[in-house]
Design a protein around this ligand. Structure first.
Ligand SMILES: Cc1cc2nc3c(=O)[nH]c(=O)nc-3n(C[C@H](O)[C@H](O)[C@H](O)COP(=O)(O)O)c2cc1C
Length: 343
């Protein structure tokens, strides 16, 4: 069960993680259609928002069909984050999420994203300032700590829960792990079993199968789960997870014909909301994964990744459907180090 402001998801809430250059409106719409309960925008720089950077302003556009949806912001300066919160509030997301997890050097070393894990006083002050700057609900998303020698997640959760935020997403890795190694869910279990922790916890990290999703709810007892990389090129994971959690039955992977239908729809949305040529460029990473593990696919892949004419891309997709039809590729992930496995 998850409750954020007026949003109430009673059973098995499954959220789409914020991902830069991935979770634009077209991808959010597709994931929503497959059952994602809440979607998040890509993270948005507070400084760029204040400077009115056009591309950044576009990123915070929320459409009614994708609600409930959150806008995620990041930054290192408390006053700028409060100011960005006021700007973002005007875009009327259902809530605002604060990024305390980004590990990228130029962000974390400047004291934004996961950089705040090295200064919990500032993290707490920043969170309070953001809560005070808006009438919207606020949540935060973070990691276990800066590195394995400095795991601070318990203290961070205990401090943040008193700031007025409504939920905390924990990506169960440290900053120094970036995206490598395994997410260590034992920390999530530890936090949830701490009687002093009252705030809702959203578990995140390495969920790629319905079975892992079930384990997150049943063994780790999270209030909600968030799926990131496991949804790239496989937005149907939301349907598979929901179906398994409610019926215990595993749905089959979609065949190539079905993938073509999904990819086409995604592409049409990308063109509609991004226009040309961005609508094409931004689909390329998705195309590559929709058809990963399809044998002898090199020529089609090259065509999909280079063609600049939308009508021709649709024709290529139709050819793929007619050539591979009901073939079902093995599940494939956007990142080679991601596997199906235990968490
Ligand atoms: C390409 C990419 C972009 C990401 N961008 C963001 C972001 O903008 N904000 C954020 O909080 N996390 C971001 N993340 C982290 C994910 O939200 C998530 O926490 C992480 O990938 C672990 O979950 P997963 O194992 O389900 O992918 C990003 C991850 C990837 C792979």
């Amino acid at each position: 069960m998850l409750k954020i402001g007026n949003i109430f998801i009673e059973k098995y809430p499954v959220l789409l993680a914020p991902m830069e250059d991935v979770t634009d409106v077209s991808f959010r719409a597709i994931c929503k259609e497959f059952g994602a309960d809440i979607v998040f925008t890509e993270f948005i720089s507070s400084e760029a928002l204040i400077r009115n950077v056009d591309k950044t302003l576009q990123k915070m556009r929320i459409y009614d069909f994708e609600r409930p949806a959150a806008i995620q912001i990041y930054g290192h300066d408390i006053e700028n984050m409060a100011q960005a919160t006021r700007i973002v509030s005007q875009a009327k997301p259902d809530f605002i999420d604060i990024n305390y997890g980004c590990p990228v050097k130029k962000i974390a070393l400047r004291g934004a994203g996961s950089g705040l894990l090295r200064d919990l006083d500032k993290m707490e002050q920043m969170t309070r300032a953001i809560v005070q700057a808006t009438d919207l609900p606020v949540t935060a998303k973070t990691r276990l700590g800066w590195d394995s020698e400095s795991i601070v997640i318990e203290e961070a959760v205990l401090r943040l829960q008193n700031t007025g935020i409504q939920a905390i997403t924990i990506h169960a890795r440290t900053r120094s792990q970036m995206y490598s190694g395994k997410a260590d869910w034992s920390w999530i279990a530890k936090i949830i079993s701490n009687p002093d922790v009252k705030i809702q916890i959203i578990g995140n990290g390495d969920i790629t199968t319905p079975q892992m999703a079930k384990k997150a709810f049943e063994q780790y007892k999270v209030d909600a789960i968030m799926i990131g990389r496991g949804a790239i090129g496989r937005p149907w994971i939301f349907k598979q997870v929901k179906h398994y959690l409610t019926t215990g039955q595993l749905l089959p992977e979609p065949n190539v014909q079905e993938r073509v239908q999904i990819a086409k729809k995604h592409f049409e949305l990308s063109l509609k909301y991004k226009g040309m040529p961005r609508g094409i460029f931004e689909m390329r990473r998705h195309f590559a994964i929709y058809f990963k593990n399809v044998p002898n696919f090199k020529t089609f892949k090259l065509q999909l990744l280079t063609e600049q004419d939308p009508d021709k891309i649709i024709k290529i997709l139709d050819q793929i459907a007619s050539q591979y039809g009901d073939f079902t590729p093995q599940p494939a992930y956007a990142y080679d180090n991601m596997e199906q496995g235990e968490n």
